[in-house]
Design a protein around this ligand. Sequence first.
Ligand SMILES: Cc1ncc(COP(=O)(O)O)c(C=O)c1O
Length: 409
Amino acid sequence: MTTIPASVEMLAIDGGSPVRDTLLPYGRQSVDEADIQAVVEVLRSNWLTTGPKVGEFEDEFAAYVGSAHAVSFSSGTAALHGAAFTAGLKPGDEAITTPLTFAATANCILYQGATPVFADVSSDTLNIDPAQVEKKITPRTRAIIPVDYAGHPADLDSVMGSARKHDLIVIEDACHALGAEYKGSRVGSIADMTVFSFHPVKHVTTGEGGMVTTNNPEFAETLRRFRSHGISSDARQRQSAGQWHYEMVLLGFNYRLTDIVCALGIEQLKKLESNLTRRRQIAAMYDAAFHHLPGIVPPVVKSEVNPAWHLYPVRLDLEKLSAHRGQIFRALRAENIGVNVHYIPVHLHPYYRDRFGYRGGEFPLAEAAYARLISLPMFHSMSDNDVGDVIHAVRKVLANYYQENAGNR
Ligand SMILES: Cc1ncc(COP(=O)(O)O)c(C=O)c1O
């Protein structure tokens, strides 16, 4: 076991020198010259939106994850809305999801006028606990929305098993998990619908953007209509068919992704495998450094998955520390390490408290995890030196707050 030296470095928050001179963010995009050229080419072309690049991006995305269809959306949130609509969620229905996620996961249920029902997480992976899901199923349940927290796939066999047993639709929120594998299959090929995000901190970016993958052709058709006003054909199809006629068949939105950013997405996809490799290397470096470090618990990885490492969330072993998460967070920020917290449990947000009467205490495992979680920087362009700075800063801060050393401060 690593021992913490009795003499500890003075923290930047206490007036010592920070580990870094400039802030290392917790996540950021990488955009290279080929990305820029691809966007510029589209700007010089005839189609700025819903042209050839949209279909090309979707086809390549579907081929990568191993799904029959991929339908692009203007954001991961819009993609979740599309999936919730396509699952048929409506007022009176319930959909079960995890409280430990970004609010958008649960909000898509509300967009459809349905009711979000939370099921607590498993204490190891912090993904939704299938046993809790089973307990929450009622005759009104229509869908289950697991989240692949931090890029670690949820227990998909169990969730899909419950769904098949009760005739429910599974919408997997894989906004963290592009490129992750579950029992040898890529996320995106397993659930009824799987949702991805291309926000800049994700594995590939289009600025804003999202995708739904599915093997169900009817779902794919509904998703396409929903993202384009509920209209049965798009402008390019009508132009090539020499027709003006179209029909609006359902109440949709304008949730389309432009050709400009789909060109960026196509280029970014070419770098996905190397981005994933780098994220896995960084996770391995963190694991090795933190495995036996007192005061911190690295993320748990199940043997049946290969995570995509969108985040590297550690849990503080607060019983061994003389400080709370907030203090440790501030100390790491003072060292110029851009830590973050994922997530404030959704039911604790004022909107959910006011609307549904949550008071805290309803989901003890998610809430206990939240009090301890800190996400360390994780993005594919981090250098080994950056990783070393994070490890140095974590060791430095924990050494100062480790109970046995606390008297040295
Ligand atoms: C788990 C999860 N679901 C949904 C979203 C929404 O994606 P977007 O920001 O692309 O709308 C995010 C965004 O970060 C997310 O982390």
